[in-house]
Design a protein around this ligand. Structure first.
Ligand code: NAD
Length: 300
């Protein structure tokens, strides 16, 4: 049986680890939070308050952590994963972090004889619970082939995005595009309203015209046209603006590192920063439509 160490049993990690348990893997969970460990034990898993205890002897280590600094520390820090993993272990980092850190940690893992992939996800907490996350995976073909059956119980879709860091790159680019398209759709509705267009009428036209996109037809920021969208539920997330800002900051640092000209991605990060600064970080990211409408007189 494949034994797995699962590190980071938070909003995403806990339901992901539960799906691995349900699929018959032997999973030992580690989290700094006693509450998170207790939740995993309650779900039938084995939890430990020592990272080494989870990692020693594990065939695979999966991490689902808040940011790149923590990921680096958990793998490379004193008493971290590298210090305790068995020879040839498979390492999977599903956290959303910057491409640079992801590549650095993967190179260090390879130097130690481990196979590592970055495997960030989209699909949120509901996708994690349902086992339908989309995984974007970066790493060698061999590492990807080993990671796929471990990811499968948590996944609706698994895509090999390229070499190490490729998963993080795909996630940053996709979410930058999502932010830009959501802002674009929001501006179009706000201008339409100013010009006297009815929301549903404009939706029916744009949804069948060249303005069609996911932000419009699957996640419409105005209430009415798409019943499942957070706009019909008081803009309760969904995907919180603060999480979108995190991803846009990662994209912004990649834009800077690579010297890529991406003015809209850069400006999207600034707009979501303003929205979060206004206390709306817990609002769904599609709520930017109201933030933009209310900020009409300010230079944004
Ligand atoms: P979370 O804050 O709920 O969970 C993170 C967990 O990591 C916490 O339980 C925390 O105690 C634990 N942790 C922190 N430092 C640790 C350490 N050194 N050792 C062990 N455990 C440690 O966050 P989340 O919402 O589960 O997100 C996890 C990752 O998934 C993030 O990178 C996030 O960007 C990404 N993500 C989240 C969502 C979402 O909708 N929440 C969607 C896609 C991707």
């Amino acid at each position: 049986m494949t034994t797995i160490a699962f590190v980071g049993l938070g909003n995403m990690g806990l339901p992901m680890a539960k799906n691995l348990l349900a699929a018959g893997f032997s999973v030992t969970g580690f989290d700094l939070s006693a509450e998170a460990r207790a939740a995993f034990t309650e779900a039938g898993g084995r939890a430990t308050d020592m990272l080494a205890d989870a990692v020693v002897g594990a065939d695979a280590v999966i991490t689902m952590l808040p940011n790149g600094a923590i990921v680096r520390d958990v793998y490379q820090g004193e008493g971290g994963v590298f210090a305790h993993m068995k020879d040839g272990a498979l390492l999977i980092d599903s956290s959303t972090i910057d491409v640079e850190t992801s590549r650095t940690v993967a190179a260090a893992a390879e130097a130690q004889g481990a196979a590592m992939v970055d495997a960030p996800v989209s699909g949120g907490v509901s996708g994690a619970a349902a086992g339908t996350l989309a995984f974007m995976v970066g790493g060698t073909a061999e590492a990807y082939a080993r990671a796929e059956p471990v990811l499968a119980p948590m996944a609706g879709k698994i895509v090999h995005a390229g070499a190490a860091g490729g998963g993080q790159a795909a996630k940053a680019c996709n979410n930058m595009l999502l932010a830009i398209s959501m802002i674009g759709v929001s501006e179009a509705f706000n201008l339409g309203r100013s010009l006297g267009l009815d929301d549903q009428t404009f939706f029916d036209i744009a949804a069948n015209a060249s303005g069609q996109c996911w932000s419009l037809t699957s996640y419409c920021p105005v209430p009415g046209p798409v019943p499942s969208a957070p706009s019909n539920n008081g803009y309760k997330p969904g995907f919180a603006a603060a999480l979108m800002l995190k991803d846009l900051r990662l994209a912004a640092s990649a834009i800077q590192d690579t010297g890529t000209n991406a003015p809209l991605g850069t400006h999207a990060a600034q707009l979501y920063q303003s929205m979060v600064d206004a206390g709306l970080g817990d609002t769904d990211f599609s709520g930017i439509i109201n933030f933009l409408a209310e900020k009409a007189d300010d230079a944004l």
